[in-house]
Design a protein around this ligand. Sequence first.
Ligand SMILES: C[S@@+](CC[C@H](N)C(=O)[O-])C[C@H]1O[C@@H](n2cnc3c(N)ncnc32)[C@H](O)[C@@H]1O
Length: 368
Amino acid sequence: MKEKDPFVCAAFHAGSADPKPVHDLVNRWEGAQGTHHSVAERTGNGERGLEEDHWMSPKTSDAHAWVTKHLAPLMKSGDDLEKFDATLPARMPSYDKGEWTGFKLIALKYYLKPYLTILARRTKVAYVDFFAGPGLDRIGKRRVELPGSPLLPMMIQEAPSDRWFSHFFLCEQNPEYFEALNRRAQAFLPHPSDLTLTCSDANEFVHQLPALVARNGIGHCLVFVDPEGLEWSWAAMRMLATSVRCDVVINFPSSGLQRVSTRQDVRPTISRFLGIPESELPDVIDEEWALNCYRQNLARLGKDISTEIRITDFGAYHYDLIPAVTSTSTGSPWFKTWTDLRKRIDGLHGKYLGIVAQQVDGVLGEIG
Ligand SMILES: C[S@@+](CC[C@H](N)C(=O)[O-])C[C@H]1O[C@@H](n2cnc3c(N)ncnc32)[C@H](O)[C@@H]1O
């Protein structure tokens, strides 16, 4: 089903106008710290090799070091992408948004290592990005280049070198973005991996995915669902969860959904997104209610929902990253990754990322 509501998309992604004072941002950041536990301690499964780099260690327990550590390699990859773009005959588009975009990329980066370390040892794994964008993001007023969600797992390799995505399935509907994605993905695709690019509606591509996964002998997928607003239907989510073995990370547009919930023209789209008949939607949709419905519906499909991560920006704007992983009798060993990420990121203002990016670029001196 094709359904487009430009207002809904635009409304969720307006620009930032309300920077918080730096000391306030830093205080909130410092207040969000957690403590280190080894993977074995958390899971009891004896997995090795994640402690040093992936999990907080005493060396990196300070927030500033942590965000720098994760942002700097992304910025380096962004530079590499920009250099590649300079070799092309025409200028390619980028996805230009506020600094909050960077936190979602850091969360994705953070999850890749335990996912690959544990799962790619057992089976062939693929990365699926349904709303891929053009492959290069530029964030904030300084337009700091970072690899978009489809390029990030191609360019950042932190798991052991024999653990890799054997296939990338990328979907993007906008033809201009698709062309740019195609160029960039072809250039940065790791040698052992295959690539399937599709220029279509994600809600349609999801029907092709199970056969593609089976044909390529893929045992498990990491799926990133990052629409701009409410473009991902619940029917598509159900199709994905019931036909492909996967962990899914969904960008849930919490505050945007609540804000447009009383608009009669948007309510059919909300109903389609949540998978709840329009007649059963409350008059005003509280975001916690919506999140809870989504969580419960995912649980009915056999998905465990780990802790959501709230990413905040200007005013009351925020979204939640929902990690939905396949339930197993022993639990998922990487499930706790999200609890740790939450301690690091939850409730932080996107502006902080911009400050750290300026430091990495040498524009600012040290904070604190
Ligand atoms: C939030 S952006 C994705 C950004 C990307 N994940 C990143 O981190 O760089 C959403 C993307 O989905 C695309 N899009 C919108 N509706 C779509 C649909 N129904 N199917 C596939 N792609 C769609 C938009 O063109 C846009 O590039």
